[in-house]
Design a protein around this ligand. Structure first.
Ligand code: AMP
Ligand code: MG
Length: 592
């Protein structure tokens, strides 16, 4: 039986005789594939007895000492080395070792004799026979020969053609609609994936160059413009971590100590402690000179001016906080771009700083468009709806610490729009609108954007939120969000928030994601990213997160969003998620 995928992650192999340059080709293809947003795992089969670590390394020594599974981990990567002295692990088993949630495609190098889809590689100069006539797992050929075969063929030297073939293989529907869009729909550009859209947006926006110095007390939610190093040692002096008695560690065996003083936090003992002496000390009080050890009050027996510690075990250095143990002087504390919240504000205060340099607040102008859209607080006219988008967007901007310029609802009148949009673009750092960006929308906003801006009308391969306009007006970044209320929020979270973070000086922002077990089947369509509104909770029973959807999922039904605590993200290559399968979620807490 042919294995085409595992847990919805498609498999694709490269079959060739050695010498054809499989690894070199893969090495050249991987950057092209990952640039489109694909997350790729590789399974490589080796014929010889390979080893991944070196003699002398700790992991090597522990393995040789008998660990049949050795998991080594660091901040950057981890590797599980499993000894299989009796037989090689099966292909199916090896595939289960990948983290399928984190992959869109698994490429396999080698494993010629196993049935799964492969591209055959062949170079004339290597002089090896063809595999495809007798192997029906070969789905395409990349070679430097002229071939007359039914299979798709490509030049082995045309990396772009091979990349396109692979993208098509991973996501046949999207590439179909790409072709359709390119040939027949000249009004609107081709579909973009969520990742492609995000990438283009992040490439187009830059961090603000202006900083300001503000009191620390007003810094909540702001981002640091400059890195901070510690101007002092924290703690500034060596002090006691307990209420008790400070002694000289080498004295620990003594039967009794003379209590020569008592020091509270905020005071000190101004003489050097001598052998046989102790100082009663409170938590946070400075250690007397000469003392290096504190015995807890609970272990002390006091008799007038004498103290003894019975058979308490005493280790030199115990219960003492060393000067600089939290932060040494000049040690880096926070990088530029750090978001200031409770712990950061506290840490900066602990350094003695009461003002800091932060990035200027991003000024965002926002308005709604559409003749049917009406401000709340006025009687509803026939065929109209109240403007909800401006309020959801303003709330999300507020959460992100932006300064908001609310321009209300713009009348569908070309000259009014023109004035408002050009003024907004010169006053603000970013302009956001909702509505009027779908293909076929006749709203005037399009004319104005065409005249004063560089705005692309995209169709993103996602639901909800397919239409999205992005570009600039007179150099100021512009987002035209879709009109549907849920689509507005989902597009904001996926596209606007990362852009705002970057403009605020936060590099490498990606929404935090987690994995949860679907407690009901989740429908999606292959070829697009589906964002359902979900509610996740921790299951005491399984010790895992479970997630369900929140009622009706129409893109106009804002209640689905209000009842949700996460978005459920179903990647383009996944069709339906069955109950019990795992899905990616984007928690909303702290975001909206
Ligand atoms: P559009 O993208 O302009 O075609 O709008 C799509 C849907 O969103 C339509 O049903 C609009 O009535 C609705 N819509 C547009 N703007 C808003 C708004 N500001 N608040 C609530 N709904 C809106
Ligand atoms: Mg409209």
């Amino acid at each position: 039986m042919t294995i085409k995928s595992i847990n919805n992650v498609p498999l694709l192999g490269f079959a060739a005789y050695s010498g054809t340059g499989k690894t070199t080709l893969l090495e050249a293809l991987l950057p092209k594939l990952t640039a489109t947003g694909l997350r790729i795992g590789v399974l490589k089969h080796a014929h010889h007895n390979f080893d991944v670590d070196k003699p002398g390394k700790d992991s090597y020594r522990l393995r040789k000492a008998g660990a049949s599974q050795m998991l080594i981990s660091s901040r950057y990567r981890h590797a599980l080395m499993t000894e299989t002295p009796d037989a090689e692990a099966s292909f199916e088993y090896l595939l289960t070792r990948f983290d399928h949630q984190a992959l869109d495609l698994i490429l396999v190098e080698g494993c010629k004799n196993i049935a799964f889809p492969k591209i055959e590689l062949n170079r004339k100069e290597v002089g090896k026979p063809w595999l495809h006539p007798s192997d029906d797992n070969i789905i395409a050929i990349a070679s430097d020969s002229e071939l007359d075969v039914r299979l798709p063929t490509m030049s082995i030297n045309d990396l772009d053609a091979i990349t396109t073939f692979i993208l098509n293989y991973v996501n046949p529907e999207a590439s179909q609609s790409n072709k359709e869009a390119a040939c027949c729909d000249t009004l609107s550009p081709a579909f973009l994936s969520v990742k492609q859209g995000q990438k283009q947006i992040l490439n187009a926006v830059n961090a603000l160059a202006t900083h300001e110095t503000i009191p620390l007390i007003h810094s909540y939610g702001r981002t640091l413009a400059k890195s901070i190093s510690s101007p002092i040692n924290v703690p500034a002096f060596t002090n006691s971590a307990m209420d008790g008695y400070a002694i000289i560690g080498a004295d620990a065996g003594r039967e009794q100590f003379k209590v020569v003083a008592s020091v509270m936090a905020g005071s000190g003992y101004d003489q050097e402690l001598r052998s046989g002496e102790s100082v009663q000390i409170m938590t946070g009080a400075p250690m007397p000179a000469g003392a290096d050890t504190v015995v807890m009050r609970e272990q002390a027996n006091v008799d007038g001016k004498l103290v003894s510690f019975g058979d308490a075990s005493i280790k030199t250095g115990q219960n003492v906080r060393q000067a600089g143990e939290d932060l040494a002087i000049n040690q880096p504390v926070f990088d530029a771009g750090t978001l200031l919240q409770a712990p950061e504000m506290g840490m900066i205060a602990s350094l003695g700083l009461d003002s800091i340099t932060v990035n200027r607040r991003l000024k965002v102008a926002i308005f709604s468009t559409g003749d049917e859209v009406q401000a709340p607080g006025t009687p509803l006219q026939p065929h109209s709806i109240y403007d909800s988008n401006r309020f959801t967007i303003m709330a999300m901007l507020e959460k992100l610490g932006c300064e908001i310029v609310d321009l209300g609802i713009l009348e569908d009148d070309e000259s009014i729009m023109e004035n408002a949009i050009t003024k907004a673009s010169s006053d603000a750092d970013l302009v956001i609108t909702s509505g009027g960006v779908s293909v076929g929308d006749a709203d005037f906003i399009k004319n104005v954007l065409e005249k004063h801006g560089n705005v692309d009308f995209w169709r993103i391969n996602m639901r909800p939120g397919r239409p999205l306009a992005f570009g600039d007006i007179n150099g100021t970044p512009f987002f035209g969000l879709p009109g549907n209320p849920v689509a507005v929020m989902v597009s904001f979270i996926n596209f606007v928030e990362p852009a705002i973070k970057k403009m605020q000086g936060v590099e490498q922002f990606v929404p935090h994601k987690a994995v949860a077990i679907a407690s009901e089947p989740l429908r999606s369509r292959q070829g697009r990213t589906e964002f359902s509104r979900g509610f996740y909770e921790f299951s005491e029973e399984s010790g895992q997160l479970t997630v369900r959807t929140t009622g009706k999922q129409g893109s106009g039904i804002l209640r689905s969003m209000s009842e949700a605590n996460c978005l459920i993200e179903i990647a383009p290559h996944i069709d339906t998620v069955k109950e019990g399968e795992s899905v990616t979620i984007i928690p909303l807490q702290g975001r909206i």
